[in-house]
Design a protein around this ligand. Structure first.
Ligand SMILES: Cc1cc2nc3c(=O)[nH]c(=O)nc-3n(C[C@H](O)[C@H](O)[C@H](O)COP(=O)(O)OP(=O)(O)OC[C@H]3O[C@@H](n4cnc5c(N)ncnc54)[C@H](O)[C@@H]3O)c2cc1C
Length: 383
């Protein structure tokens, strides 16, 4: 990083810290109410977070992903749900920034960067999440537009967002199936019918919902890159950023669980001494802290590879796998350290415990990450 980049990063992180000090007292109630945090989203808009990694020539902040990951970690440490509001939005933006035509970038990226149009990535359907080649939503060319029919589910930001990177089949007959898949910029409009907000274990406040496409029309110019058959590659290309996002969220949740445990274990006494003086608690704390540090290094390694423009699916996969498993382990261990209070909704620990499992599922399950890592290992080490 140049001196200028380091200074910009510090200014941004200081601004994020100030913002977090202000919102922290509201989080417990917002989580309990499970309502979309409109006012906070407006503040995030003002800070430029919706354009964090969008190129400045299109109105974004143009931050390196290594800085962006530090922002995501800090915010997730206070309330993971907030990160979802701009993380999925930026995956959509990244698919346009990386694979869109100049005209598409000029039209959409400034609107995404300002937060005027917010949205997400719409891949998953009722019958497929990991196996995206099984997508059933179709887009059929009709004159200058495509007619789209099908449905998507588990789409984060779909109630409050207004535009999506939508994965469909433009040719359902191809073999392999991905050659018939395409990714569209899909703003809400006639034929785009919202379904229900889904009820979730955690990740409260932010909406995750289903929607239906009933003879929904999109102009040809909304096909990302204007080329059919590239949709899966475009979605997966943008998902490298998504995996770094989720990994950074994992560090946030894992470190929140650690920080609360360090504090609580010094206050809580059993058998005449603070529980942090019992060796079994010390072992938990040491393991938790080591996971956080290791996860940070993996995330920074993946983020800097992304920033250098290198292929980084293995690095992003490793970071995602390790950091999100760290969130799972640290939240479970924090619960043990807190005893009954870890099980209480008065404390934040139960929230970390409810939020962490999503991280092992979203942006490609951790089982899938292992497959990606292993494939790369074999590819890089042929006999
Ligand atoms: C809160 C939340 C928010 C979400 N937000 C979005 C969003 O904004 N946009 C979006 O498109 N999707 C979203 N999703 C969906 C998410 O991406 C999928 O749930 C995820 O990709 C897994 O797909 P699935 O649930 O269909 O599980 P499946 O694909 O059915 O997998 C079930 C199990 O089988 C395992 N498995 C599958 N295939 C293999 C294999 N080949 N080898 C080994 N194991 C395998 C999986 O790892 C998993 O353990 C969200 C999900 C949740 C819970």
């Amino acid at each position: 990083m140049t001196t200028e980049e380091t200074e910009t990063e510090q200014l941004m992180l200081d601004a994020v810290d100030k913002f977090l000090i202000k919102i922290k007292p509201q989080v417990h109630q917002l989580e309990a109410d499970d309502e979309y945090p409109e006012e906070i989203v407006e503040q995030m808009k003002e800070m430029g977070l919706f354009g964090a990694v969008i190129d400045p020539q299109y109105g974004g902040l143009g931050l390196p992903v290594s800085t962006y990951a530090k922002i995501v970690e800090r915010i997730a440490c206070v309330w993971m749900s907030l990160t979802g509001v701009f993380n999925s939005h930026l995956i959509m933006a990244m698919s346009v920034q990386r694979f869109g035509t100049e005209q598409q970038k000029n039209k959409w990226l400034p609107l995404f960067a300002s937060g005027e149009i917010r949205g997400a990535l719409a891949l998953t359907e009722a019958n497929c999440g990991t196996d995206l080649q099984a997508v059933k939503t179709t887009a059929t060319l009709d004159g200058d537009s495509y007619i789209i029919n099908g449905s998507k589910t588990w789409i984060t930001n779909s109630l409050h967002g207004s535009c999506f990177a939508l994965l469909v089949k433009t040719d359902p007959s191809t073999n392999p199936a991905h050659k018939g898949m395409s990714l569209f910029i899909a703003p809400k409009g006639e034929g785009f019918v919202m379904g229900n907000k889904l009820k979730k274990l955690g990740y409260k406040g932010i909406d995750t919902a289903e929607f239906f496409l009933e003879n929904y029309r999109l102009p040809k110019e909304n096909l990302i890159g204007l080329e059919e058959g590239q949709g899966l590659q475009h979605a997966l290309g943008a998902l490298a950023l998504g995996r770094i996002n989720v990994a950074a969220r994992g560090i946030g949740v894992a470190s929140a669980a650690l920080n609360d445990s360090i504090a609580y274990s010094q206050e809580r006494k059993t058998f005449g001494k603070p529980i942090c003086q019992h060796q079994s608690i010390q072992i938990y704390l040491a393991d938790m802290a080591t996971r956080v540090e290791a996860a940070r290094l993996l995330v920074q390694s993946a983020a800097t590879a992304f920033d250098r423009g290198e292929r980084c699916d293995m690095e992003a996969g490793m970071a995602k796998l390790f950091a999100t498993e760290a969130a799972m382990s640290n939240s479970a261990e924090a619960l043990r350290i807190h005893g009954a209070y870890g099980y209480s909704t008065e404390f934040n620990v139960e929230r970390y415990y409810r939020d962490a499992p999503l991280l092992a599922i979203g942006e490609g399950t951790n089982e899938l990450q292992r497959i990606i890592i292993a494939k790369q290992l074999i590819e890089q080490n042929p006999l």
